[in-house]
Every structure is written in structure tokens, then in C-alpha cells.
Design a protein around this ligand. Structure first.
Ligand SMILES: *Cc1c(COP(=O)(O)O)cnc(C)c1O
Length: 418
């Protein structure tokens, strides 16, 4: 499927990756990753724009390095992500720093390295940054994150652009804040920012948001505040299963149309649309529990679980799943629930999929390159899966599988008092 035709990518078979690195295992295609980034560059040809990959979608240094090499900027939400970008070779001046609660030490470190823009989400944050920057005789470049109050029509957990959400400030407050910022010694106004949600499959909310933000930019200009860039955030959706998202080119065109002939630099913060389809999760069938009663469900228990990929449990996400290679002896065709071994009923990777399976068969879970390994945990003391980048016929382990000893590091056994 997609970037992994016939279960291969970059000249490597997924079955060979499973043999070499065992399962569960995340696999990325360098070719696919590059192609998604370059689709943005092509769509933006002739436009003054920058793509800042949203690190939270996939913070692996191997992944970030491929994008840094292509000239990508980065959208970060923590000092940890800042250190990752620097380690991966990203340029600090091409970083935008988002997030609704940036700590003082995080602001300080970002001032140390000189990030390109602080996306400010509250009056309090603006004051704090001004104080810190003034004390250091610096002028911190900022945009204010506007909450344009548009309905992104996505899963409520990943909708961020409604007035009821915690993110940004409303348009009126933003206008007031810009006036205050204009009088601050430690602040340099460079942009206006918004981000309305994730996994959007409709262009209308993007157009609505862009129009509202552009109207604010016009108003600020009339009040004597010039804005250099419009940061439209991320959020473009991908095709997990019949989601039918717009193309990158159509998305870029819709934003450009809202901007018209204004002299504005554009910043995009895509995460999912760049990384999701460039990655898969490999897992093996451990145990089959076919239904006994006619109305019962059949379970294929696999060696990956919601600690590896939480999206199905958290967002009701439907990732495509296929068997890789021939089915094993005695394979059974059924409607299977593909579940993990974790002690939670919600530990389900895919609901009701028709598959022909035997124990030991290899499965591929598609579109797992974004918010997959990034959201993995150690629940049930399960070591996190390795991550392998495929490139030019090679398998490069960009993150080793954790050992149980890694999981106990920093813990302490208390001896009983006698
Ligand atoms: C999560 C996030 C993004 C990326 O969203 P995608 O849906 O992965 O494109 C961009 N900007 C901000 C501020 C975010 O919080």
C-alpha cells in the first residue's frame, strides 16, 4: 500500500526487517519521507514560505535528520524537542516554538540558541518572555497564536481551534496583546500564528481560519503594526481508511488564496501529513482465539499493543492492516479483532478485519509513522519497539529496542525495616 508497495520500500522487504529486528518494530521509508516533504516544496514553488515539521508527530533523530537535510524547519513544543532538533542538525533560526505552557527554563534555552519565533499563547507568557529577553538585552521574535474559533470537524481530542479549547487567544484579545507587545523592549513582533486541529479532511476550516487571521493582520497594519509572516499551523489529514483528505497542493492553494497578494511569508507546521504514511508498524500474530459461539468475536492476539500504537484506542483511528507474506499452515479466514496482550479491553489495534491468519504470521499496520512511536509508553513494562529507517537497500536502526533494565533505570528498591 502507498509508500510500501508489495510490502517493500527503498529496496527492502518488510519481512526481512522483521527477521532482522524482530517484532513489534516501526519501519520508516526514507524515500517516502522525502517525497512528502518535497510535495510541500513543489506546491510552494514561487511562494515565500517555510515548512516547519511538527516534531511531536515523530521526534526520532533519524527522521528529523532526513528532514533537516532537505532544509526543513521545525515546530517544537518543549525544550526536549528543541534539543532533538539541534542534535539532528536543524537550524535554530528555522524553529518555531509552540505550546500553551512553556516553562521559564524552556524560554531561556530557546533564547540561548536563538529560535526563529516564539508562538505566544497568553498575556502571561508574553510578559514573562519580555522580562527574560530584556534582562538579557535580547529582542525575542514572536507571533501570537490566535484561536480563530472555527470548527475543524475532527476528533474532539485533536480539535484546537474552538473558543472552548485551551489554545491561543481570541482575535480581540490578540489585537490588544499585539499593541502591548509593540511597546515592549524585549519583544519583536514578526508573525501571527494559528493551529486549528489535526487530521482535518476538509479544506473549509483551513480557509476560514486563514481568512480570519488575514483580517487581523490587515487590522494590525491599519494600526501601524506590520506582520512579516502568517503561520497557519499544521493539521492536514491523511488517508487512514477512506478518510479522503485533500492533497498537499490543494491545501497550499487554499491558504494562498486566503492570503491573496499580501506581502506575507507563510509558515506551515505539518506533522502527520509528512510522517504518517512514511511509516508502518510490524507485528506478529501470537495467539488466535477464534469465536466458539456464532455471535462471539474472533481475536487475533498480536505482539504489538496500545503501548506501541495508542491511536486506535485514543481516537478510534482505523489503521489499515494486512498480512505480509504467505499465511502459515492451518490459517483461518475470519473477521478478526486484532488485539494486543495488554490487560485492558481497549487494547485493540484494529476492529473487525477480514484476514486469513495463522499463529506466527507477520502483519503490517499502515500509516503509523506519525503519532505512533511518538506516543508509545512502557505500560505493562513493555520495552518500546525499535525504529528502523529504510534507505537505499539498507536497514538503519534509528532507535534500538529497549531492554527491561532500561525501564527500571532510576527506580529504587526499598528494603523492608526489621
Ligand atoms: C500538533 C501540532 C501541529 C502538527 O499537527 P499535524 O496534525 O500533525 O499536522 C502543528 N502545530 C501545532 C501548534 C501543533 O500542536
Amino acid at each position: 500500500m502507498g509508500a510500501f508497495p508489495e510490502h517493500c520500500a527503498d529496496g527492502v522487504a518488510l519481512a526481512a526487517v522483521a527477521d532482522a529486528f524482530d517484532t513489534p518494530c516501526y519501519v520508516y521509508s526514507q524515500t517516502a519521507l522525502r517525497a512528502r516533504y518535497q510535495a510541500f516544496e513543489r506546491a510552494l514553488e514561487g511562494v515565500d514560505a517555510r515548512v516547519c515539521f511538527a516534531v511531536k508527530a515523530n521526534p526520532n533523530i533519524g527522521v528529523l535528520g532526513v528532514l533537516a537535510d532537505l532544509g526543513s524547519g521545525f515546530d517544537i513544543v518543549s525544550v526536549g524537542e528543541l534539543e532533538r532538533v539541534i542534535t539532528a542538525g536543524g537550524a535554530p533560526e528555522d524553529i518555531v516554538f509552540s505550546g500553551v505552557g512553556k516553562r521559564r527554563d524552556e524560554l531561556e534555552r530557546a533564547l540561548d540558541v536563538g529560535v526563529g519565533c516564539f508562538n505566544i499563547e497568553s498575556e502571561s507568557e508574553l510578559e514573562r518572555l519580555n522580562t527574560l529577553a530584556t534582562r538579557r538585552s535580547q529582542s525575542a521574535p514572536i507571533s501570537i497564536r490566535v484561536n480563530p474559533d472555527v470548527d475543524a470537524r475532527t476528533h474532539p481530542f485533536i480539535a484546537t481551534g474552538l473558543s472552548e479549547n485551551k489554545f491561543g487567544v481570541d482575535v480581540e484579545s490578540a489585537a490588544t496583546l499585539y499593541q502591548r507587545a509593540a511597546g515592549m523592549d524585549g519583544i519583536e513582533i514578526v508573525g501571527v500564528d494559528c493551529h486549528i486541529g489535526s487530521q482535518l479532511t476538509d479544506l473549509a476550516p483551513f480557509s476560514d481560519a486563514a481568512e480570519r487571521v488575514v483580517a487581523l493582520i490587515d487590522r494590525l497594519a491599519a494600526e501601524g503594526i506590520d506582520i512579516d509572516h502568517l503561520d497557519i499551523g499544521g493539521g492536514l489529514g491523511v488517508d487512514y481508511q477512506a478518510d479522503n483528505p485533500p492533497s498537499i497542493a490543494d491545501y497550499v492553494a487554499a491558504v494562498c488564496q486566503a492570503v491573496g497578494d499580501r506581502d506575507l511569508r507563510l509558515i506551515f507546521e505539518p506533522g502527520r501529513v509528512i510522517a504518517a504514511d512514511a511509516g508502518v508498524l510490524l507485528t506478529r500474530v501470537d495467539t488466535l482465539k477464534p469465536a466458539v459461539a456464532t455471535d462471539a468475536r474472533s481475536f487475533a492476539v498480536v505482539d504489538a499493543a496500545i503501548n506501541d500504537l495508542i491511536r486506535p484506542a485514543l481516537y478510534d483511528a482505523a489503521h489499515a492492516v494486512e498480512r505480509v507474506g504467505a499465511a502459515g499452515d492451518g490459517a483461518v479466514t475470519r473477521i478478526w479483532d486484532v488485539v494486543g496482550p495488554i490487560c485492558e479491553t481497549g487494547d485493540c489495534l484494529a476492529n473487525e478485519r477480514e484476514l486469513t491468519l495463522a499463529e506466527g504470521d507477520l502483519l503490517v499496520v499502515y500509516s503509523a509513522g506519525a503519532y505512533g512511536s511518538a506516543m508509545a509508553s512502557n505500560y505493562n513494562t513493555r520495552p518500546r519497539a525499535p525504529e528502523v529507517m529504510l534507505a537505499d537497500g539498507d536497514m538503519i536502526e534509528v532507535r534500538a529496542r529497549e531492554a527491561v533494565a532500561d525501564l527500571m533505570r532510576g527506580e529504587k528498591r526499598l528494603l523492608p525495616e526489621r
